[in-house]
Design a protein around this ligand. Structure first.
Ligand SMILES: [Zn+2]
Length: 91
């Protein structure tokens, strides 16, 4: 089961609030693929990609599709930052 949501079409404010409390550790596996450590030490894989001009996020946690999860939103600023780094974006 994975949770997939589209940033432009999803209410993400609540998930951002949860992510702030989580203080997740984020590790980049490669550009667009990240590992996020959750509150209980579980590690979730989060993928970010752009499709038809919209940002998609997919997480391996049990959150339902269409609902932003805290792991996914925790990665968004990190991913956006990496996207501005020419070295990372070229991979
Ligand atoms: Zn998640």
């Amino acid at each position: 089961m994975t949770a997939m949501f589209i940033i432009e079409k999803t209410e993400i404010a609540k998930a951002i609030e949860k992510a702030r409390k989580l203080h997740p550790r984020i590790r980049m596996v490669r550009f667009g693929l990240y590992e996020v450590t959750g509150s209980k030490g579980a590690i979730y894989a989060v993928r970010c990609w752009r499709e038809r001009g919209m940002k998609h996020v997919d997480c391996t946690c049990a959150t339902r599709d269409g609902i932003a999860c805290k792991h996914g939103v925790a990665v968004i600023p990190f991913h956006s930052y990496m996207a501005t780094t020419p070295l990372a974006a070229s991979h």
